[in-house]
Design a protein around this ligand. Sequence first.
Ligand SMILES: [Zn+2]
Length: 455
Amino acid sequence: MKQILFFIFLSFSFKLTAQPDDSLQIRKIYSAALTKGKAYGWLDYLCNNIGGRITGSPQAAAAVDYVKKELDQLQLNKVWKQEVMVPNWIRGEKEVAWIEQGGKNIPLNICALGGSIGTPTGGLKANVIEVNNFEELKNLGREKVSGKIIFINHPMNPESINTFSAYGEAGTYRYDGAVKAAQLGAAGVVVRSLNLSLDDFPHTGAMGYNDSTPKIPACAISTNDANKLSAALKQNKSIYLYFKTSCRKEKDVLSYNVIGEIKGTEFPDEIVLVGGHLDSWDLAQGAHDDGAGVVQSMEVLNIFKTLNIQPKRTIRCVAFMDEESTWTGPVLYAKMAKQESAKHIAAIESDAGGFSPRGFSFKGDTLKCLTVMKWKKLFTQYGLSDWDFGYGGSDINQLEDQGTLLIGFEPDSQRYFDYHHSANDTFDKVNRRELELGAASMAALTWMLSEYGVK
Ligand SMILES: [Zn+2]
């Protein structure tokens, strides 16, 4: 009896926030994504016809025009571009690196880190010191480090089940490595690529300088070659490493966030945002990072139009510009949002690859998070069982102080860092059904948010 009462209570409390028809509507949304979706075709175009979309590049400009044009064709209530000045860092010639070993030059696969200065025109040649972490670097002291190239060989932790935790832990070596090494007088820094696989692709990504430390050139080395360099140093600590990069920073360039929306019928001043970032690194097509997130966000609007769903609340898709370097697009968008009379009640970001959906992670007011997390039972049959407190994403994070519920779409994380920021991040690595299931998951949650709001 107690059990029966408990079940009655459970179903009653569930009905307060979700009606039985919800599961039917969600089923329709998945079917539309899997049979009438446009996401895969859009991604094909972004990757194969436009290519890498680093901020300030002609490809980024072409991607802005393309997304605007495609959103225009969806017959939304409003499509517009928001101006934003973005950095214009240029890689220059393909990087060259080698070690001198046994009278031979052994080539290494490296790439400059985003934002780095280049080496002198003739390249940089020096002895190398390998460290695993900043503690080891500090213990070496200025005398040993001065004039050397510091090789930070810190692998991502393979024991982390969610690879983003490993990325978070190891990411500091890519971002802060140059400053820490330069503080002790190093001439350059080479950082092991943030990749859990062993392969020949160097992985770029943002790095930072500060005003009180000299700027030194910074690059990433492929995981295979990091192991090769480490083995060579074990045999002979006095080998020379040579590398040459010609990257440089030019004047900022005018670019845009691209925005499209369907007005809410009952609560137009309550906005549910879906978004990803349109810029990528220059080495590849930016398929998983983050072409996938952009086309999935566009797909949310397309599904609403295809099924002729008139949302109660306003649904807005944002293709953010400049997530990879300095977040100018997301910051400016949040500023605009603050000035609007409408309020962003929730925002969903897809920036973890176009892989099979696993769940969502929530950041914001605890009660609001818990209200939405109750909807999990509608999604488990589609493979979304991970609904946890966590991080929304770096684009939508800028909305945090506006009380917006931040939601990160979480696909399976095991393969993402094989591709992330490397020449390996290409369209053929994206599986159509996985991409579509992700878009459907975002659309279904967007629909629930537009029906019930966030209380
Ligand atoms: Zn990204």
